[in-house]
Design a protein around this ligand. Structure first.
Ligand SMILES: *Cc1c(COP(=O)(O)O)cnc(C)c1O
Length: 239
């Protein structure tokens, strides 16, 4: 696994297909073990830092939902591929600045990182103008880490209400990225509770290291990069 070709830590297409098959098998097993229908867990293949060849290899292996963390990078890679693969769905999983909201609304099918009133307001305006309504997820800073984006757990209920009632956003779920050095299950359990009490059906949680745990706690989207595409080149912001 993770044999690299070229200079971009790019994994060969054959490995991407095999890795995807393995991740899918593990997702199904984790769902069954939790008494859940595997069809209720969607895999978001995270392609940040990876080029079109890796994306195309995943598409050829049947993958249809993808995640990118930067608007600009996604714009460089995705319009052409989306024109070719109409069923491909793209999720924004990184922080969104309001000056990029218009472009995000045009390109992405889901925005998982709605985390403050200003971005909620700008997204609502851009959705109205573009007549396009990407699904919105509220990002929750479950670990209350100062360097991380996301609303604090104590503010989630009020912010969900604000997004729905004041801005009319199509809020479908919650998303979190637990602190690296903590037991993720506590965070997944917390996110699940918050989604339930707000009547939200989707939970985006779990990455390469912990997606099976996230599924046990109700994840409906798991965001997996490294386990499919191999290690990313380590430049600032690529993690
Ligand atoms: C990069 C990233 C992932 C994927 O992480 P891996 O550990 O490579 O699976 C998931 N979610 C977010 C928000 C990310 O930025």
């Amino acid at each position: 696994m993770f044999a690299t070709v070229g200079m971009n830590s790019m994994v060969a297409a054959i490995d991407i297909a095999a890795n995807l098959a393995q991740v899918r098998t593990r997702i199904e097993a984790a769902a069954r073990a939790a008494g859940r229908d595997p069809a209720d867990v969607a895999l978001v293949a995270v392609t940040k830092t990876h080029g079109a060849a890796a994306i195309r290899a995943a598409l050829a292996a049947g993958q249809r939902v993808f995640g990118e963390n930067r608007v600009q990078e996604a714009e460089d890679k995705w319009p052409e591929i989306k024109a070719e693969f109409a069923a491909a769905r793209l999720h924004l999983i990184g922080p969104l600045q309001s000056n990029k909201a218009k472009r995000a609304v045009q390109l992405f099918d889901a925005i998982e990182t709605v985390d403050r009133p200003k971005i909620a307001r700008v997204l609502a305006e851009e959705m109205a103008k573009a007549n396009r309504r990407p699904a919105c997820f509220i990002e929750v800073n479950t670990g209350e880490e100062s360097q991380k984006s996301g609303v604090l757990p104590a503010q989630v209920d009020a912010f969900v209400r604000e997004c729905r009632e004041i801005y009319g956003l199509p809020v479908e779920g919650l998303m979190c990225i637990p602190p690296v050095d903590e037991e993720p299950s506590l965070h997944f359990g917390l996110l699940s509770e918050m989604a339930k009490r707000n009547g939200l059906r989707h939970l985006s949680m779990g990455m390469s290291a912990d997606y099976e745990i996230a599924i046990a706690f109700g994840a409906t989207f798991v965001r997996v990069g490294t386990a499919i595409f191999g290690p990313r080149p380590s430049f600032t912001g690529a993690k």
